[in-house]
Design a protein around this ligand. Sequence first.
Ligand code: ACO
Length: 431
Amino acid sequence: MSFSPPQDDGTVSITFQGKTATLPVLSGASGNSVVDIRSLTKELGLFTFDPGLGSTAACESKITFIDGEKGILLYRGYPIEQLAAKSSFAEVAYLLLYGELPSKEEHEDFKERLLNHSLLHEQIRNFFNGYRRDAHPMAMLCGTVGGLSAFYPEGIDISNEESRDLSAVRLIAKMPTLAAWAYKYSRGEPFVYPRADYSYSENFINMLFARADRPYKVNPILSNALDRILILHADHEQNASTSTVRLTGSTGSHPFACVAAGIAALWGPAHGGANEAVLQMLGKIGSKENIPDFIAKVKDKNSNVRLMGFGHRVYKNFDPRAKIMQQTCYEVLEELGIKHDPLLELAIELEKYALNDDYFVQRKLYPNVDFYSGIIFKAMGIPKSMFTAFFAVARTVGWVSQWKEAFNDPLRRIYRPRQLYTGHQRRDLNK
Ligand code: ACO
């Protein structure tokens, strides 16, 4: 097989067994160009092989751009640093969904829609009753979100733009209520309902922490910090859970079922489960003296131990979200009057140690967004098992925005990858 370098006419050629395929190279607005291989199989009988899809652009998208080398993250063109500093989560959700920041009226109207749809059908209470009290919140979220598809049969009409939009808004609006109820259920406490005078993040905090037996006031520093954390997690182009939502959506499934699939993908420790895993790891390390031994274990390929909260498939310089998260972490601890947090101090030492170690430097492994988020959540009184549920609430915006975008893509097809088969050749039963 031989490849020609990109030609002036914007093509590459591949010659295989005497036949040549000329493939166009497509350029987007930013980022790597892509070789359009759609005619490869027809012309040369070849598939491409890319386990983990690290070199594959699976779709065209206008929503989020990441430059992993430069540590850049843009939502609809706006840098994450500016959005985190100056926008509310509702504004960012609107931006991701509809492509532009809302005007004042659009913002008010969108907040009202989110509020209106934040209530759950009373029968959903019975869903929770079916779970054990110690069920993981992500298990409850997966089940209840999937189950909600039965409550909205009109969601099946995915050919209708208005119905798709309604499903998207419903999902964003209901996720904090579902996540908070999963938490309340695990504690055996009564569910708290959304309030019309609270913002999205205030409501989320109130539904988690308000109790029937005493007054509760949402701390604005904490709700602002939560708003920022939700903004940082809202979308991240074609990550594992978003690709899962797109893949499930490509079959024409109900949007609530697609998001339930995304929740399942997010749950894993290599993805959204990492912030929970970071705290477990810090707990196991225990104190600063044990860092060198722990890092030696991480570097030992036979140990299967990873430095959780480090490394990223795309960021190979720094994760811009991690910087904002670290700053937010300091602000939250200060507001809560926590002068010395042993976990934060251990995390800072661990980060310093790893960033000076050749193993991590050579592999371009830096702290990712999850390295500090767990410490903030812990300081806010949120239990470890809820960390990934917070991530799911935020990422729902990205999931539904990408799910909606896929419908307007003229190239939309069912996802159906191929394989390199390495099993038995045909053989016959010996009886
Ligand atoms: N600790 C130790 N070594 C690591 C780590 C880590 N956290 N991450 C990558 N490596 C090493 C690999 O062992 C590999 O080494 P090798 O070349 O000697 O074999 C090299 O770095 C490349 O790693 P890959 O696994 O190929 O990187 P990939 O892009 O597939 O994985 C991932 C990215 C899953 C995030 C990985 O870095 C990881 O497991 N990190 C820890 C879990 C984590 O924090 N996940 C959160 C990601 S961010 C998010 O989802 C919000």
